[in-house]
Ligand binder design. Sequence first.
Ligand code: PEP
Length: 246
Amino acid sequence: MRLIAANWKMNKTVKETEDYINRFLQTFKPADDREVLICPPFTSLYVASRMLSNSPVKLGAQNCYYEKAGAFTGEVSLPMLKELGCSYVIVGHSERRHIFGESDELINKKVSACLEEGVRPILCVGEKLEDREAGMTFKVVETQVRLALSGLEDYVDQIDIAYEPVWAIGTGVPATPEDAVSVHRFIRDLLKDLNPRSEGKTRILYGGSVKPSNAREFMKHPEIGGLLVGSASLDPDSFAKIVESF
Ligand code: PEP
């Protein structure tokens, strides 16, 4: 089943979350062949969890810490997220990597903690513009995937991966579907190499300037297992259109 995920980033107060979800639930038409996920900021998870509890829409977090509890000021643990009904966590988003300096080693610990707690991680990988221009796209993506999954190869079937080229995030300039497909195929082969038994069980999503007008172009390729949507998910009608676009 394909996954269409909304990453609200640091947007929406509790009141705005209520308005969004009320509107989204009125507009969106559930379908058996796709899973829909909303990842609000931490402060909105409680209200979102209550509002989505009787709907097929899943709830996820945008980040987590790998320890269960303790003296980690400002962090949020997986048991806390699970209690709120989060079944997914976005891990290693490019903004976490490049604004907050998250290392591959930290991302690996977060993926490991998610697996231990039974919360499905969506591992984000993607090259910067300078990497692409230097012909390093595959090398960068390979390194990110290998390090994030180091020691976790047996569990590759329990994660999803989002290929999000950094230069396409929030810029209005998406990758071409063909470029995305070639990286998706590369990641698929890499996963097979890491764990031949996991074949086909990890969804590989595309993210980066997806909007209602281009979502179908990506989703017509069977290699693309879903979409991770930032800016265009902030409006409930626009996100509903993306969910219904294929
Ligand atoms: C994202 O941040 O995950 C993302 C894909 O953002 P946008 O859709 O705004 O490019």
